[in-house]
Design a protein around this ligand. Structure first.
Ligand SMILES: [Zn+2]
Length: 419
Protein backbone atom coordinates (compact mmCIF):
# COMPACT_ATOMS: atom_id res chain seq x y z
CA UNK A 1 0.00 0.00 0.00
CA UNK A 2 1.24 3.48 -0.73
CA UNK A 3 2.52 5.42 2.25
CA UNK A 4 0.85 8.81 2.46
CA UNK A 5 2.79 11.63 4.11
CA UNK A 6 0.79 14.66 5.15
CA UNK A 7 2.05 17.34 7.52
CA UNK A 8 0.03 18.68 10.43
CA UNK A 9 -0.10 22.08 8.75
CA UNK A 10 -1.61 20.55 5.60
CA UNK A 11 -4.07 18.56 7.68
CA UNK A 12 -5.09 21.59 9.73
CA UNK A 13 -5.63 23.64 6.60
CA UNK A 14 -7.73 20.93 4.95
CA UNK A 15 -9.88 20.48 8.08
CA UNK A 16 -10.43 24.24 8.32
CA UNK A 17 -11.37 24.41 4.65
CA UNK A 18 -13.91 21.59 4.96
CA UNK A 19 -15.32 22.68 8.34
CA UNK A 20 -18.13 24.94 7.05
CA UNK A 21 -19.51 22.07 4.95
CA UNK A 22 -19.32 19.70 7.91
CA UNK A 23 -21.22 22.19 10.09
CA UNK A 24 -23.85 22.48 7.36
CA UNK A 25 -24.22 18.71 7.44
CA UNK A 26 -24.62 18.86 11.22
CA UNK A 27 -27.34 21.50 10.92
CA UNK A 28 -29.10 19.51 8.21
CA UNK A 29 -29.01 16.39 10.39
CA UNK A 30 -30.47 18.27 13.37
CA UNK A 31 -33.21 19.62 11.11
CA UNK A 32 -34.19 16.00 10.35
CA UNK A 33 -35.53 14.85 13.72
CA UNK A 34 -34.50 11.23 14.00
CA UNK A 35 -36.57 10.19 16.97
CA UNK A 36 -37.38 6.52 17.36
CA UNK A 37 -39.46 5.30 14.45
CA UNK A 38 -38.68 8.22 12.13
CA UNK A 39 -34.99 7.93 11.41
CA UNK A 40 -35.22 7.54 7.62
CA UNK A 41 -34.84 11.16 6.48
CA UNK A 42 -31.64 11.59 8.50
CA UNK A 43 -30.42 8.15 7.41
CA UNK A 44 -30.90 9.10 3.75
CA UNK A 45 -28.76 12.16 4.33
CA UNK A 46 -26.03 9.94 5.82
CA UNK A 47 -26.38 7.58 2.83
CA UNK A 48 -25.86 10.40 0.31
CA UNK A 49 -22.99 11.81 2.39
CA UNK A 50 -21.24 8.42 2.38
CA UNK A 51 -21.86 8.01 -1.35
CA UNK A 52 -20.28 11.40 -2.03
CA UNK A 53 -17.23 10.28 -0.02
CA UNK A 54 -16.76 7.25 -2.27
CA UNK A 55 -18.34 4.54 -0.11
CA UNK A 56 -20.48 1.77 -1.56
CA UNK A 57 -23.70 2.30 0.36
CA UNK A 58 -26.17 -0.28 1.60
CA UNK A 59 -29.40 0.29 3.50
CA UNK A 60 -29.39 -2.57 5.95
CA UNK A 61 -32.86 -3.76 6.97
CA UNK A 62 -33.31 -4.79 10.59
CA UNK A 63 -35.41 -7.93 10.97
CA UNK A 64 -38.11 -7.79 13.63
CA UNK A 65 -36.71 -11.15 14.76
CA UNK A 66 -33.69 -9.27 16.13
CA UNK A 67 -35.74 -9.03 19.32
CA UNK A 68 -35.31 -12.78 19.79
CA UNK A 69 -31.53 -12.43 19.91
CA UNK A 70 -30.17 -13.01 23.44
CA UNK A 71 -28.18 -9.80 23.20
CA UNK A 72 -31.00 -7.62 21.88
CA UNK A 73 -32.86 -5.00 23.79
CA UNK A 74 -36.63 -5.48 23.99
CA UNK A 75 -38.07 -3.77 20.89
CA UNK A 76 -41.01 -1.45 21.44
CA UNK A 77 -41.52 -0.61 17.76
CA UNK A 78 -41.49 -2.62 14.56
CA UNK A 79 -38.35 -2.27 12.45
CA UNK A 80 -40.34 -2.29 9.22
CA UNK A 81 -39.13 0.50 6.94
CA UNK A 82 -36.32 1.42 9.35
CA UNK A 83 -32.70 0.71 8.49
CA UNK A 84 -29.03 1.12 9.26
CA UNK A 85 -26.81 2.65 6.59
CA UNK A 86 -23.46 1.00 5.93
CA UNK A 87 -20.80 2.45 3.65
CA UNK A 88 -17.88 0.31 2.54
CA UNK A 89 -14.64 1.18 0.77
CA UNK A 90 -13.23 -1.63 -1.38
CA UNK A 91 -10.99 -3.87 0.76
CA UNK A 92 -7.46 -4.84 -0.22
CA UNK A 93 -6.85 -7.28 2.60
CA UNK A 94 -5.06 -4.79 4.87
CA UNK A 95 -6.26 -4.11 8.38
CA UNK A 96 -9.72 -2.64 8.49
CA UNK A 97 -11.50 -0.01 10.53
CA UNK A 98 -15.16 0.71 11.17
CA UNK A 99 -16.62 4.08 12.16
CA UNK A 100 -19.90 3.53 14.00
CA UNK A 101 -22.39 6.27 14.88
CA UNK A 102 -26.04 6.35 15.87
CA UNK A 103 -28.48 8.58 14.04
CA UNK A 104 -31.25 8.30 16.65
CA UNK A 105 -31.75 11.16 19.05
CA UNK A 106 -33.66 11.09 22.35
CA UNK A 107 -37.05 12.78 22.92
CA UNK A 108 -37.14 16.51 23.65
CA UNK A 109 -39.53 18.43 25.88
CA UNK A 110 -39.85 21.50 23.66
CA UNK A 111 -41.37 23.67 26.38
CA UNK A 112 -38.10 23.56 28.32
CA UNK A 113 -35.93 24.65 25.37
CA UNK A 114 -35.00 28.26 24.57
CA UNK A 115 -35.75 27.59 20.91
CA UNK A 116 -37.19 24.82 18.74
CA UNK A 117 -34.99 21.75 19.35
CA UNK A 118 -35.23 20.76 15.70
CA UNK A 119 -34.26 24.13 14.26
CA UNK A 120 -30.47 24.26 14.55
CA UNK A 121 -29.14 27.53 15.98
CA UNK A 122 -25.50 28.59 16.37
CA UNK A 123 -24.68 30.83 19.34
CA UNK A 124 -21.15 31.67 20.53
CA UNK A 125 -19.56 28.80 18.64
CA UNK A 126 -22.04 26.16 19.82
CA UNK A 127 -24.71 24.54 17.68
CA UNK A 128 -27.94 23.88 19.57
CA UNK A 129 -30.52 21.24 18.76
CA UNK A 130 -31.72 17.82 19.85
CA UNK A 131 -29.12 15.30 18.76
CA UNK A 132 -26.55 18.05 18.00
CA UNK A 133 -24.29 16.63 20.68
CA UNK A 134 -25.45 13.04 20.89
CA UNK A 135 -24.36 12.38 18.28
CA UNK A 136 -24.86 14.26 15.04
CA UNK A 137 -21.80 16.34 15.97
CA UNK A 138 -19.86 13.06 15.91
CA UNK A 139 -21.04 12.31 12.37
CA UNK A 140 -20.03 15.85 11.40
CA UNK A 141 -16.59 15.24 12.94
CA UNK A 142 -16.07 11.92 11.14
CA UNK A 143 -17.25 13.31 7.79
CA UNK A 144 -14.99 16.35 8.29
CA UNK A 145 -11.97 14.09 8.84
CA UNK A 146 -12.79 12.04 5.73
CA UNK A 147 -13.42 15.08 3.53
CA UNK A 148 -10.17 16.68 4.70
CA UNK A 149 -8.28 13.51 3.79
CA UNK A 150 -9.98 13.38 0.41
CA UNK A 151 -9.03 17.02 -0.17
CA UNK A 152 -5.41 16.01 0.42
CA UNK A 153 -5.66 13.10 -2.00
CA UNK A 154 -5.50 10.53 0.80
CA UNK A 155 -8.65 8.64 -0.22
CA UNK A 156 -6.67 5.59 -1.28
CA UNK A 157 -5.38 5.22 2.25
CA UNK A 158 -8.90 4.50 3.46
CA UNK A 159 -9.60 1.48 1.33
CA UNK A 160 -10.31 -0.77 4.31
CA UNK A 161 -12.69 1.65 5.95
CA UNK A 162 -16.40 1.13 6.67
CA UNK A 163 -18.84 3.71 8.02
CA UNK A 164 -21.99 2.63 9.82
CA UNK A 165 -24.95 4.79 10.83
CA UNK A 166 -27.30 2.83 13.08
CA UNK A 167 -30.69 3.38 14.70
CA UNK A 168 -31.85 2.63 18.26
CA UNK A 169 -28.58 3.09 20.09
CA UNK A 170 -30.53 5.07 22.68
CA UNK A 171 -33.23 2.47 23.26
CA UNK A 172 -31.91 -1.02 22.66
CA UNK A 173 -28.66 -1.24 20.70
CA UNK A 174 -30.49 -3.38 18.16
CA UNK A 175 -29.33 -1.32 15.18
CA UNK A 176 -25.69 -2.13 15.85
CA UNK A 177 -26.54 -5.69 16.88
CA UNK A 178 -28.33 -6.25 13.55
CA UNK A 179 -25.28 -4.92 11.68
CA UNK A 180 -22.99 -7.18 13.72
CA UNK A 181 -25.23 -10.15 12.91
CA UNK A 182 -25.10 -9.16 9.22
CA UNK A 183 -21.31 -9.35 9.37
CA UNK A 184 -20.54 -5.62 9.46
CA UNK A 185 -17.36 -5.32 11.52
CA UNK A 186 -13.64 -4.63 11.18
CA UNK A 187 -10.34 -5.14 12.97
CA UNK A 188 -11.10 -2.10 15.14
CA UNK A 189 -14.01 0.27 15.70
CA UNK A 190 -14.10 3.98 16.53
CA UNK A 191 -17.39 5.55 17.61
CA UNK A 192 -17.39 9.37 17.37
CA UNK A 193 -19.74 9.67 20.37
CA UNK A 194 -19.55 12.93 22.31
CA UNK A 195 -16.71 12.37 24.78
CA UNK A 196 -15.44 15.92 25.23
CA UNK A 197 -12.34 14.88 23.27
CA UNK A 198 -11.54 12.19 25.83
CA UNK A 199 -11.29 8.50 25.08
CA UNK A 200 -14.23 6.53 26.43
CA UNK A 201 -13.24 2.95 27.19
CA UNK A 202 -16.29 1.38 28.73
CA UNK A 203 -19.73 1.52 30.26
CA UNK A 204 -21.82 -0.23 32.87
CA UNK A 205 -24.67 -2.73 32.52
CA UNK A 206 -28.04 -1.06 31.93
CA UNK A 207 -31.51 -2.59 32.22
CA UNK A 208 -34.80 -0.81 31.57
CA UNK A 209 -37.79 -1.93 33.60
CA UNK A 210 -41.45 -0.91 33.29
CA UNK A 211 -43.75 -1.17 36.29
CA UNK A 212 -47.55 -1.11 35.87
CA UNK A 213 -49.82 -1.26 38.91
CA UNK A 214 -53.59 -1.42 38.34
CA UNK A 215 -55.22 0.06 41.41
CA UNK A 216 -58.71 0.46 40.01
CA UNK A 217 -59.15 4.01 41.27
CA UNK A 218 -62.14 5.65 42.88
CA UNK A 219 -63.64 8.96 43.99
CA UNK A 220 -61.19 11.35 45.62
CA UNK A 221 -63.32 11.46 48.79
CA UNK A 222 -62.41 7.78 49.35
CA UNK A 223 -58.64 8.35 49.10
CA UNK A 224 -58.20 7.89 52.87
CA UNK A 225 -59.74 4.42 52.68
CA UNK A 226 -58.53 2.87 49.41
CA UNK A 227 -55.01 2.21 48.18
CA UNK A 228 -53.29 5.53 47.56
CA UNK A 229 -51.26 5.20 44.34
CA UNK A 230 -49.24 8.36 44.89
CA UNK A 231 -48.04 7.10 48.29
CA UNK A 232 -47.15 3.73 46.79
CA UNK A 233 -45.14 5.47 44.07
CA UNK A 234 -43.38 7.54 46.71
CA UNK A 235 -42.51 4.37 48.66
CA UNK A 236 -41.28 2.79 45.45
CA UNK A 237 -38.99 5.70 44.67
CA UNK A 238 -37.49 5.43 48.16
CA UNK A 239 -36.91 1.70 47.70
CA UNK A 240 -35.30 2.26 44.30
CA UNK A 241 -32.92 4.79 45.87
CA UNK A 242 -32.03 2.11 48.38
CA UNK A 243 -31.38 -0.35 45.53
CA UNK A 244 -29.04 2.20 43.97
CA UNK A 245 -27.17 2.45 47.30
CA UNK A 246 -26.82 -1.34 47.35
CA UNK A 247 -25.46 -1.50 43.83
CA UNK A 248 -22.87 1.18 44.61
CA UNK A 249 -21.52 -0.63 47.69
CA UNK A 250 -18.24 -2.54 47.37
CA UNK A 251 -17.48 -1.45 43.82
CA UNK A 252 -15.24 -3.71 41.80
CA UNK A 253 -12.72 -2.83 39.07
CA UNK A 254 -12.83 -1.34 36.56
CA UNK A 255 -15.96 0.63 37.49
CA UNK A 256 -14.67 1.56 40.95
CA UNK A 257 -12.86 4.29 39.00
CA UNK A 258 -16.24 6.07 38.82
CA UNK A 259 -17.47 7.75 42.02
CA UNK A 260 -21.00 6.38 41.61
CA UNK A 261 -21.23 4.14 38.55
CA UNK A 262 -24.73 2.71 39.03
CA UNK A 263 -27.67 5.08 38.81
CA UNK A 264 -31.29 4.03 39.08
CA UNK A 265 -33.20 6.71 37.22
CA UNK A 266 -36.98 7.01 37.39
CA UNK A 267 -37.51 8.54 33.94
CA UNK A 268 -41.28 8.24 33.64
CA UNK A 269 -44.13 8.31 36.18
CA UNK A 270 -47.70 8.23 34.89
CA UNK A 271 -50.43 8.56 37.44
CA UNK A 272 -54.06 9.53 37.02
CA UNK A 273 -56.00 11.89 34.79
CA UNK A 274 -57.34 14.65 37.01
CA UNK A 275 -57.47 15.76 40.67
CA UNK A 276 -60.83 14.37 41.73
CA UNK A 277 -60.12 10.68 41.15
CA UNK A 278 -57.79 8.37 42.98
CA UNK A 279 -55.46 7.24 40.17
CA UNK A 280 -56.51 3.95 38.58
CA UNK A 281 -53.10 3.01 37.26
CA UNK A 282 -49.51 3.85 38.17
CA UNK A 283 -46.86 3.36 35.54
CA UNK A 284 -43.14 3.86 36.03
CA UNK A 285 -40.30 3.43 33.58
CA UNK A 286 -36.91 3.11 35.15
CA UNK A 287 -33.39 2.78 33.87
CA UNK A 288 -31.22 0.71 36.16
CA UNK A 289 -27.45 0.94 35.93
CA UNK A 290 -26.05 -2.07 37.76
CA UNK A 291 -22.97 -4.23 38.37
CA UNK A 292 -22.25 -6.76 35.64
CA UNK A 293 -22.51 -9.72 38.02
CA UNK A 294 -26.25 -8.95 38.18
CA UNK A 295 -28.16 -9.86 35.00
CA UNK A 296 -31.26 -8.23 33.54
CA UNK A 297 -33.59 -10.94 34.81
CA UNK A 298 -32.22 -10.52 38.33
CA UNK A 299 -32.81 -6.78 38.09
CA UNK A 300 -36.39 -7.42 36.99
CA UNK A 301 -36.95 -9.90 39.82
CA UNK A 302 -35.50 -7.47 42.38
CA UNK A 303 -37.75 -4.65 41.17
CA UNK A 304 -40.71 -7.06 41.24
CA UNK A 305 -39.97 -7.82 44.91
CA UNK A 306 -39.66 -4.09 45.65
CA UNK A 307 -43.09 -3.43 44.11
CA UNK A 308 -44.67 -6.35 45.99
CA UNK A 309 -43.23 -4.97 49.21
CA UNK A 310 -44.50 -1.44 48.49
CA UNK A 311 -48.00 -2.90 48.02
CA UNK A 312 -47.84 -4.92 51.25
CA UNK A 313 -50.45 -2.81 53.09
CA UNK A 314 -52.89 -2.47 50.19
CA UNK A 315 -55.62 -4.82 49.02
CA UNK A 316 -53.21 -6.35 46.53
CA UNK A 317 -53.74 -4.70 43.16
CA UNK A 318 -52.56 -6.49 40.05
CA UNK A 319 -49.14 -5.43 38.86
CA UNK A 320 -46.53 -6.32 36.30
CA UNK A 321 -42.81 -5.66 36.11
CA UNK A 322 -41.37 -6.18 32.65
CA UNK A 323 -38.16 -5.62 30.76
CA UNK A 324 -38.40 -3.15 27.91
CA UNK A 325 -35.62 -1.54 25.89
CA UNK A 326 -32.08 -1.83 27.21
CA UNK A 327 -30.61 -5.10 28.44
CA UNK A 328 -27.02 -3.95 28.00
CA UNK A 329 -24.00 -5.78 29.34
CA UNK A 330 -21.08 -3.86 30.80
CA UNK A 331 -18.01 -3.53 28.58
CA UNK A 332 -14.46 -2.36 28.98
CA UNK A 333 -11.51 -1.90 26.66
CA UNK A 334 -8.20 -1.95 28.56
CA UNK A 335 -6.46 1.42 28.63
CA UNK A 336 -3.17 0.04 27.30
CA UNK A 337 -4.76 -1.48 24.20
CA UNK A 338 -2.85 -0.59 20.98
CA UNK A 339 -6.00 1.08 19.58
CA UNK A 340 -6.00 3.47 22.56
CA UNK A 341 -2.30 4.17 22.06
CA UNK A 342 -2.94 4.91 18.38
CA UNK A 343 -5.67 7.48 19.13
CA UNK A 344 -3.57 9.06 21.91
CA UNK A 345 -0.56 9.26 19.60
CA UNK A 346 -2.61 10.91 16.84
CA UNK A 347 -4.03 13.44 19.32
CA UNK A 348 -0.58 14.24 20.74
CA UNK A 349 0.76 14.63 17.22
CA UNK A 350 -1.81 17.24 16.16
CA UNK A 351 -2.64 18.90 19.50
CA UNK A 352 0.54 18.47 21.55
CA UNK A 353 -1.16 16.83 24.53
CA UNK A 354 -2.61 13.45 25.38
CA UNK A 355 -6.38 13.06 25.82
CA UNK A 356 -7.44 11.45 29.08
CA UNK A 357 -9.44 8.25 29.04
CA UNK A 358 -12.45 7.38 31.15
CA UNK A 359 -15.30 5.02 31.95
CA UNK A 360 -18.90 6.15 32.39
CA UNK A 361 -21.99 4.99 34.24
CA UNK A 362 -23.80 4.65 30.90
CA UNK A 363 -23.30 2.51 27.81
CA UNK A 364 -22.57 2.72 24.08
CA UNK A 365 -22.85 0.32 21.16
CA UNK A 366 -19.10 -0.34 21.51
CA UNK A 367 -20.11 -3.13 23.91
CA UNK A 368 -21.08 -5.50 21.07
CA UNK A 369 -17.66 -5.26 19.43
CA UNK A 370 -15.69 -5.56 22.66
CA UNK A 371 -17.83 -8.26 24.29
CA UNK A 372 -19.19 -10.37 21.46
CA UNK A 373 -16.61 -10.03 18.69
CA UNK A 374 -13.44 -9.41 20.71
CA UNK A 375 -12.86 -6.40 18.47
CA UNK A 376 -11.36 -3.31 20.13
CA UNK A 377 -13.78 -0.38 20.13
CA UNK A 378 -13.57 3.04 21.73
CA UNK A 379 -15.46 6.32 21.63
CA UNK A 380 -13.84 9.64 20.83
CA UNK A 381 -15.77 12.74 19.87
CA UNK A 382 -16.70 16.40 20.34
CA UNK A 383 -17.35 18.56 23.38
CA UNK A 384 -21.03 18.77 24.31
CA UNK A 385 -23.40 20.29 26.84
CA UNK A 386 -26.71 18.96 28.15
CA UNK A 387 -26.83 15.67 26.30
CA UNK A 388 -30.36 14.20 26.64
CA UNK A 389 -31.41 17.46 28.35
CA UNK A 390 -32.77 20.86 27.28
CA UNK A 391 -30.70 23.13 25.03
CA UNK A 392 -28.33 20.31 24.06
CA UNK A 393 -25.40 21.71 22.13
CA UNK A 394 -22.05 20.84 20.59
CA UNK A 395 -18.96 23.01 20.40
CA UNK A 396 -18.06 23.54 16.75
CA UNK A 397 -14.36 24.13 17.48
CA UNK A 398 -14.22 20.70 19.13
CA UNK A 399 -15.61 19.10 15.97
CA UNK A 400 -12.63 20.53 14.09
CA UNK A 401 -10.22 19.51 16.84
CA UNK A 402 -11.62 15.98 16.94
CA UNK A 403 -11.59 15.71 13.13
CA UNK A 404 -7.92 16.64 13.14
CA UNK A 405 -7.15 13.84 15.59
CA UNK A 406 -9.32 11.36 13.68
CA UNK A 407 -7.75 12.27 10.33
CA UNK A 408 -4.25 11.81 11.73
CA UNK A 409 -5.31 8.54 13.36
CA UNK A 410 -6.78 7.23 10.08
CA UNK A 411 -3.65 8.15 8.12
CA UNK A 412 -1.43 6.34 10.62
CA UNK A 413 -3.79 3.39 10.92
CA UNK A 414 -3.92 2.67 7.21
CA UNK A 415 -0.30 3.64 6.49
CA UNK A 416 0.94 1.26 9.15
CA UNK A 417 -1.53 -1.53 8.58
CA UNK A 418 -0.99 -2.18 4.87
CA UNK A 419 -0.68 -5.74 3.71
ZN1 LIG B 1 -24.80 8.63 21.91
Amino acid sequence: MQHIQISNAELREAVAAEAPGAFELLAALVARPSLRGSESAAQELMASTMLELGFDVERLAIPDSIGDDDLAGVPAYSYEGRFDVVGRMPHDGGRSLLLNGHIDAVPANEATWSSDPFVPVIRDGWLYGRGAGDMKGGFSMAVLALRALRRLGANAGQRNLSFLSVIEEEYTGNGTLAAVRAGVSADAVVLPEPTNLKILLGGVAITWVRIIIRFGGGHAESSDRIAAPAQVVSTLIGALEHLEEEYNKELKPPFDAIARPYNVNVGVIRLGEWPSSVAAVAELEIRVGHPDDVNDEQVRATVHAIVADALRDTDGPEFEVALHGFKAQAYHLVADHPLVHDVVRAHVDVHGEAPSSELLGSTTDARYYVNQLGVPALCFGPVVRNMHGSNESVELASIEAGALTLARFLLNYFNEGGS
